[in-house]
Design a protein. Structure first.
Length: 201
């Protein structure tokens, strides 16, 4: 495994294995990369797959393929063309994911993120949990997160538009639009939720 890498200016690397990569400048990675700890405060573009234990994105990050990690936290902007997989994912910034997202625990507090399919155990789009994080949150009726499908055991949603939601225990808060909602356990709906079809199975 290679040593730690700190990017202060602009640098292009082939890929490979690293203990840690800290990006304060601009980094371009040409191929697949394996990292124990990835921190992006500047700008990073990964043209291959990314594998890491921990990922913290405070700047701008673009991943052309897929990313797999244990813990991912996005406070900046992340654009991912492939899949994203982790034990825990927390999004306070903006994420646009074209592939599938899989996580045991997933929390998103972003005004304009977009997702394809989201799978997991606990999925939350609940701005109430972040009142003590001192983060400015956009929660007006014009702000929407968009997803194609959400499937999980426990689901809490607010300020999002989804084609299909399927789970066991589901709580729907304000400003939610869903075409099809399927549930097998408990269902809580706010008065402002717009659900075209509800099925209990």
């Amino acid at each position: 495994m290679k040593n730690n890498l700190e990017i202060l200016g602009t640098q292009t690397i082939e890929g490979g294995k690293y203990s840690s990569i800290d990006v304060l400048g601009k980094l371009i990675v040409l191929n697949d990369v394996s990292i124990e700890d990835l921190d992006v405060l500047g700008s990073a573009t990964f043209n291959g797959n990314v594998e890491s234990q921990t990922v913290d994105i405070l700047g701008n990050c673009e991943i052309k393929e897929s990313i797999k990690a244990k813990n991912i936290e996005i406070l900046g902007i992340a654009n991912i063309d492939g899949n994203i997989e982790a034990d825990s994912i927390e999004i306070i910034g903006i994420a646009n994911v074209k592939g599938d997202l899989s996580a045991d625990s997933f929390e998103c507090l972003s005004g304009s993120s977009t997702f394809n399919n989201i799978y997991g155990e606990d999925i939350s789009f609940d701005y109430r949990k972040y009142k003590n994080k001192h983060v400015k949150i956009e929660t007006s009726n014009d702000v929407k997160r968009i997803a194609n499908t959400i499937e999980a055991t426990n689901i809490t949603l607010s300020h999002i538009k989804v084609n299909k939601v399927s789970g066991k225990n589901i709580e729907i808060l304000n400003n939610v639009e869903i075409d099809l909602l399927e549930y097998s356990g408990s269902l809580t709906l706010s008065r402002g939720a717009k659900i075209k079809k509800i099925v209990k199975f």
